[in-house]
Ligand binder design. Structure first.
Ligand code: GLA
Length: 699
């Protein structure tokens, strides 16, 4: 709901209120919902703004920098008008949130240059999230250069706040990292062309309230938290201005990607709001809220070494265990037998596929499974027919030796001809295989950014616009296909990708023990239905650890379940166990994929609980360490109704007890874990894990 009083706009969600003073560009309040009636004069002197530009004595990092035709940088954006919309205006060429939400657009114009800045807020009442976007329009008669346009500025109060980010690297994504900035400046960003393994765009500020900020973008991003002597903390989020320089001809506009923000009393409530927002306003199409299939992927089972017989045999074995989808990973095209060749040659390796992809897909489908396929369309190998025919499609700087990662180069997706080639190539793969699922991979970062005729300062963003153009087309052409994003694991886990790909491969690290922190970190901003999570073979290929099959399953249940191993190599006991796991998962799939998930912490414990509206819940508790004579591992459950009575069953046993939600959430509940020494003897990694099924037996 948006209410106006003079130039003061009050944006209400059921649990939060944002108050903006349009003429002075001030944030008067952002926090828990306020009753109607305040005039806000009491807080106006704090001087919190929602945009800023050079040209005043405010030397805090600013949100917009325009270099005018005379070379000057000062802008004075004066309030010109406000407009409200009942529908959310569309952001052209960029992915953005959608759905019912009232919007407010504020316009500011520089009287000297006639350059305008538009800031738009959309209120999503069902999730307590507010989307924010910014646009600059060059209303002058001369070109200007946009040197920075952040999507969102939100000034908060307090130097004591904790700044929380989600950091890592390949196979160790999104580990929660907290620090205090004090009086100083903190930057979280990416510069390699993607949202990155290293620094997710999601930012959390924890003070008296918890604020969350995220960006609907998959390229270079930047989040700033700066705290000055005035005690004001400025938060900026948006496109990274690293190597950014965008020329706007007279009359032209530049749209910054959309940012989102939410405010909540604690981290759990904030995550719940972000999850609801992603599920309702980011993920779209057929697979929005639709149960996702249990898949088997051959990657860790075979790597590049397979033929059609092997794939058919694996599919048969997977089907017998209850799988629904078989995914043929890397190595089916060109003459690819390792990672040195064939990217770009999306035609069948006739020998490995036993006559072609169409025939192999049929053989998989004949086992009663649907067929899925891996592609990495933004890449090119120098050893490929595509490269030999079109070397100018590669992202390279003429006269320079390109920097190679995983032996490959990237395509110059900023070029429309390359975009059209990619659309054709992927369309072809999907049409001839009839694939129901695509794993869209991206296995390196950008280095040699160059495209003929493309200004260097525009390159990174033009690449993203090119990629999004391709994805918009494919999404329209293949509305029934389930896309899973991937970038060497979780290197592009962001809201931009989730607008096209309802789920994303969370990490190449499939060790259940490692996955606890990775999935937990991811869960701060993204719901479990977005996280691909697979059970893989032991010893684990990334770490060498061996964890019990049950523990591997328990952790993978925290996301969209898959298996990534050779089902033909399993013992009979393992096959029986997996068949049972899949049956259990299918029985509780709606709850596990779309229930409200909370992180669980306790004494030496981490895990999650996923709660359905009907009061059913699944909880997984993992012991983080083992030492002899350790104190009991305990946990406090979350998300239950305090006064309701629950029956709690320890899965894999007959042990049950009943307790009120209040007791389960307020007392330290000891977790009966498998015997540590026994588990150690059998499995070197020793992840001890317990799963509980909770049922509400009395409201
Ligand atoms: C990336 C992905 C893996 C797998 C390989 C194939 O690393 O993250 O899951 O698909 O590529 O080369």
């Amino acid at each position: 709901m948006i209410k106006k009083n003079g130039t003061v706009y009050r944006l209400n969600t059921p649990n939060t209120t944002l108050v903006l003073q349009a003429d002075t560009a001030q944030i008067l309040y952002y926090g828990a919902r306020l009753p109607a009636g305040d005039a806000f004069a009491a807080v106006a002197p704090l001087g919190r703004r929602f945009f800023s530009a050079p040209g005043t004595n405010d030397y805090t990092e600013c949100s917009v920098i325009v270099e005018h035709a005379d070379g000057s940088f000062a802008s004075q954006f004066l309030f010109s008008r406000a407009k409200t919309y009942t529908e959310k205006p569309v952001l052209p060429d960029l992915p953005s949130s959608y759905g019912e939400g009232r919007s407010l657009e504020l316009k500011y114009t520089d009287p000297v240059t006639r350059v305008s800045l538009y800031i738009q807020y959309t209120v999503f009442e069902d999730s307590d999230v507010i989307a924010v976007s910014s646009r600059v329009v060059n209303g002058s008669k001369k070109p200007v250069r946009l040197r920075r346009l952040m999507s969102l500025q939100c000034d908060l109060i307090g130097t004591e706040q904790e700044v929380v980010t989600f950091n890592g690297t390949w196979a160790r994504e999104r580990h929660k990292t907290s620090r205090q900035v004090g009086r100083g400046i903190f930057i979280n960003d990416s510069k390699g062309g993607s949202s990155s393994h290293e620094r997710n765009p999601f930012l959390l500020i924890k003070g008296k309230e918890v604020y969350g900020f995220n960006l609907v973008y998959s390229g270079n991003h930047k989040e700033v938290a700066e705290c000055g002597e005035s005690g004001r903390m400025r938060v900026l989020t948006g496109l990274n201005d690293y190597l950014f320089d965008w020329t706007l001809a007279p009359g032209e506009s530049f749209y910054a990607p959309e940012a989102v923000m939410a405010c909540a009393p604690d981290e759990d409530a904030l995550s719940a709001r972000m999850h609801a927002f992603v599920a309702e306003h980011i993920v779209r199409g057929k697979w929005k809220k639709r149960e996702r299939p249990v898949l088997f992927n051959n990657w860790e089972g075979t790597y590049f070494d397979f033929n059609a017989e092997k794939i058919e045999e694996m599919a048969r074995a997977a089907a017998a265990l209850g799988a629904e989808l078989f995914v043929l990973d890397d190595g089916w095209f060109g003459h690819r037998n390792d990672d040195t060749s064939s990217l770009g040659d999306w035609f069948d390796n006739v020998e490995k596929t036993g006559g072609g992809l169409a025939a192999l897909a049929e053989r998989v489908r004949a086992q009663g499974l649907s067929f899925g396929i891996w592609v990495e369309p933004e890449m090119i190998s120098e050893d490929s027919e595509l490269y030999r025919a079109r070397p100018n499609f590669a992202m390279k700087i003429p006269g320079r030796e390109p920097f190679r990662m995983r032996n490959q180069l990237m395509l110059n997706m900023a070029d429309e001809r390359v975009q059209n080639y990619v659309v054709r190539a992927v369309t072809d793969v999907l049409s001839r295989s009839g694939a129901a699922y695509v794993k869209w991979d991206y296995n390196r970062s950008m280095t040699d950014c160059f495209g003929k005729g493309i200004a260097g300062g525009e390159y990174f963003h033009r690449y993203m616009l090119g990629l999004y153009r391709v994805l918009f087309k494919l999404q329209k052409r293949f509305p029934a296909v389930l896309f899973e994003g991937c970038a060497g694991g979780g290197g592009r886990f962001d809201l931009g990708m989730l607008c096209f790909f309802p789920q994303i491969w969370t990490s190449d690290d499939t060790d259940a023990r490692e996955r606890i922190a990775i999935q937990e970190g991811t869960s701060y901003a993204y719901p479990q239905s977005a996280m691909g999570a697979h059970v893989s073979a032991c010893p684990n290929h990334q770490t060498g650890n061996s964890n019990p099959m049950a523990a591997r399953f328990n952790v993978a249940c925290g996301g969209v379940l898959g298996y990534e191993l050779d089902p033909c190599a399993l013992t009979e006991g393992e096959r029986a166990e997996i068949a049972e796991q899949i049956a259990f998962y299918k029985e509780h799939r709606r709850l596990l994929q779309f229930g409200q998930q909370y992180r669980l912490e306790g004494e030496n414990a981490a895990g999650f609980i996923t709660v359905a509206r009907d009061g059913t819940a699944v909880a997984v508790v993992n012991a983080l360490h083992y030492s002899p004579a350790e104190p009991p591992v305990t946990v406090r459950f979350k998300g239950l109704e305090p006064s309701a009575v629950y029956e709690v069953r320890l899965c894999g046993s007959e042990r049950t007890c009943t307790a009120t939600g209040a007791l389960l959430m307020q007392a330290d509940i000891p977790v009966p874990l498998p015997d540590a020494v026994q588990t150690m003897r059998e499995n070197s990694g020793c992840l001890r894990s317990a799963m509980f099924l909770l049922k509400r037996v009395r409201a």
